[in-house]
Structures are given as C-alpha cells and as structure tokens.
Ligand binder design. Sequence first.
Ligand SMILES: C=C(OP(=O)(O)O)C(=O)O
Ligand SMILES: [Mg+2]
Length: 539
Amino acid sequence: MQVRPAPGPDPDEAPTTDVEEAKARVRTALEEVATGLTARAAHADDHARPILEATAMMARDPGLVSGIDTQLAAATGLTQAVQKAVDEYCTMFASLGGYMAERVTDLRDVGDRTICRLRGVPEPGVPELDEPSVLIAHDLAPAETATLTPATVRGIVTTAGGPTSHTAILAAQLGIPAVVQVKGATLIDAGTIVALDGGVGEVIVDPTEEEKRQLAERSRRRATALAGSTGEGATRDGTKVALLANIGTADDAVNAAAKDLEGSGLFRTEFLFLERDQAPSLEEQTATYTKVFEAFGDRRVVVRTLDAGADKPLSFANLGEEDNPALGRRGLRLGMIREDLLDTQIQALAAAYEKVGGDVRVMAPMVATLDETRYFAEKVRAAGLPKVGVMVEVPAAALRAEQILSIVDFVSIGTNDLSQYTMAADRMQGELAPLLDPWQPAVLQLIKSTCGGGRATGKPVGVCGEAGGDPLLALVLVGLGVSSLSMAPGRVPAVRAALRLHDLATCQQMAAYAVDAGSATAAKEAVMGIVHPNLIDLL
Ligand SMILES: C=C(OP(=O)(O)O)C(=O)O
Ligand SMILES: [Mg+2]
C-alpha cells in the first residue's frame, strides 16, 4: 500500500503582494498543523508522544517562521515560500549530519502539512487499510508512524530515512519491521506481495514460497535470540561491557532511561543550542541537564559539551565562513574561542550535578592535543564535576591516547568522525561510504592504539559512534579493549545478545584478524569466520 503523497507547493500561485496578510495566513496554517500534532500527541503512547510534540514544536519554530517571512517579503507565493524556507532549513539540518540530519523528515512533514492547509487539501497520510499491509513511502512522517499498529501494518519500506530517523525508531518501538533507504521502492505497484526483514534490511518483491518460509524462520530465530537479552552487558565469560544510549534531548533521556540499559554514553548537547538567536541561559541549561540526570538516577551519563561551529553554525557564535568546515573551528576549538559559552555550559552541568548527583561524566568533542585536553580538564574539575574525559575522533588523539589519558579520567571514541578524519573522506558524502566504513583496518588500528593508552594508564575507553551499535563490530571493539559501547537505544538488545555468545578470547582473536585484514570487507569476512553460529540470528 502506497502512502498518500504530499502534493507540494502550488505551481500556479501568484506572487505575494500583501505581505502582512500572507504572513498571517502562513502563521495560521502553521498553528493549525502544530495544534493537530499536539492533539495526536495527547492520545499517543509514551514513545510516540515526545516525537509528536517535537514535530509540533518545529511548526512553531521562530527560525522557520522568519525564514518564510523572508521569502514572502521577496514576493514569493505562499506555498512556494513555505517550501523554500523548509528546503533551506533542511539543507542546514542535513549539513549537521547524524541525528540532526535525520530530523529533516520531521521538518519536511511540517512543511508538507502546512502547504496542504494553505492549498485547502487533506494533509498527507496513510490511507485506511482494509487488510494487513506493507506500507511503502518515500518517507513516513513520525506523526503517521506513531498511529500505526502492527496488526494492520506488517512492515514499512521507505526510500529515504536513516537507521536513527524517527520513522525507524518509532517503527521499532511499535514492533513493526521497517527497512529504510530502499531505492525504487515507491515504484512497487499497490497489491504486490512484499516480504521484508527489518533485521538485515532486506526487501523481497513477490517472494517465492521458499523465501517466505526462510524469512519466517529467520524472524522466529531472531525473536528467540533476543528474548533472553536482558541485564548488564558482558561477554560469555563475564567481562563487563557497559551498554549505553546515545541521546540528544531530555525527552530522549526519559525514553532511553525507561529501557534495559546502563545509562547514556553520549548526550549530544548541541541540540539545545542550534536554531536559536541566543545561547540557552544558565538556568535553562541547568533545568535540562537536571532532567537528564534525574532520568538516569545513579546510572552513568556522559555529557558531551557543545559540538558546534563551522558546519553546525550557531548564529550567536559565528566565526565566519570556512573553506573546509570539517577541519575548521568546531567542537572544543569553538569552545576555546567562545569561552563564555563553554563556561556557562560547564557551570550549568555542575549546578545540575550538585542537585541530582549520580555518575556524571563530562567530555569534550574534537580534541587533538594535550594542551586542549589539559585546558578542558582543568575547567571541568574546577567546577566540581567528578569525571572528565575527551572524545577520540581525530587521529592525533588516538595516537596520543596514553598521554591524553594521563590527564583525563576516560576517553570515548567517536567512530563517525574518526573514520572521516582517518580516511580523509567527508562523512556527508554518501558516495564515500566505503571509505567511511568503521571496519576499515586503518580506523581499527587507531582504535587499537587508543585502547593501548587505556591499558597503559588503567583508564576506560568507550565507543560512542555508530560502530558501537553493530553487533558484529561490537565484538571486535571489545576484543580491542573497549569497555563501554554507546548506541541508539534500540540497538542494545542485539549487541548484548552478541556479546553473551562470545568469550573475551574470541573477541580478541576477531580484533587481531580485523586489524590485520587487507580491507574492510576482508576484516568483516575474517571475523564472520569465527562467530558463534547463532550470531547470524542477530545481524
Ligand atoms: C559520536 C560522534 O559524534 P557525532 O556523530 O555527533 O559527530 C562521532 O563522531 O562518532
Ligand atoms: Mg563526532
């Protein structure tokens, strides 16, 4: 079943002449969209509610409203103005990468709904289903996904989206298998039989009886393999590996804390700062951090200080254009220039810690030198925060991990950026994906170097990039010496089950094979050669 698509802006509309009247109409439409989403949120379950509320908030975002105003002032027609402003915003989100890039779907949903309101046509959505179906869409708005039930929607296939998009997160929470980024899926005719395996991301059009049988068997085996996945992370022989959630907001914290996991290994605080005219105040930050710490109680929370700058521009901390933003003044480099921002953030974290207590650890992004490490560690310690660390996402930090760890209490490897900087491959360029693969032996070698620093100093090394959520690669990381893995919360059960199947010596053997391999593919193949047979059920 294909989802009713958005009609897009009106190609025949007249340019705007009465700007004030046009602004008022757009504001009304946006408010109607926000109200509609909020109403749905009121009836949604605990997982869907924050997502619907977040989408409703986007419809009230002052940045979006002012972007539309600018378009209207330039005489652009009503719906074209909305589309252009949304496109601009989406481009900015996409350039932020990761979690932010995947919020593009939410923003487009707001834009599509607003345009429908302005054109007087029904909002895009899922048609009434009279039999259990697989839904196929370019992308499925979270507001739609939230209302689906596994009884009627047996699966979701989209051509857009990513593994951490709201569609995928919500579908997983609802127990609906979803496969995203399936090229050409929208060309599948309605009524065609489609089989899918959300676990391995496979879609089969017109499956044979044998293929159907195999998929059903695989699904049964995966459910059995995951059923026993509870409690602390550990290898089969009892080496502990903390399994943690990556979060970006206080709502994420509340959702993640409700799950069977050991805390958060990466709280990306930049979401508090983006799309604002001014930095959030000390009080606002303190309130947010307090909520996050309270959500996790005495479980670990690793907070990363503001990772903005260059490609994640902040209007209130604009250091000007850069030719190579990824190599520019981002992360801690920006924090050292705009010390006021960093100081306020650390002060807010200290205030929240003083109120709530708990296992709070604070780390800095984009650290390359010992001087930067010292600078950051001094600030965090002076504020009375109990543990300080830095991220290892620049090869220089991986090579000097021992010296860095002699200054701080822990390090956390950001495999997304470490791959980008090791392989000199822009992480925003999809066609460079093979180079950005964290299975690249060069990346693994730098992780090994980092773990060597951990061993020499007796201090912990974690991983908080996407690699940590891959059940197979997780084994290699543990074999290299990593003691915590932070990932999208939905990935935890499979990673935990994978660890339980293997002892530390096997993980170490896998690590040796992977680092010695001649390519990312060869590394994966070598590791697959010695996995426990049941691991296949988890991939
Ligand atoms: C965790 C990381 O940080 P981000 O994805 O936010 O850059 C990373 O680089 O791996
Ligand atoms: Mg990073």
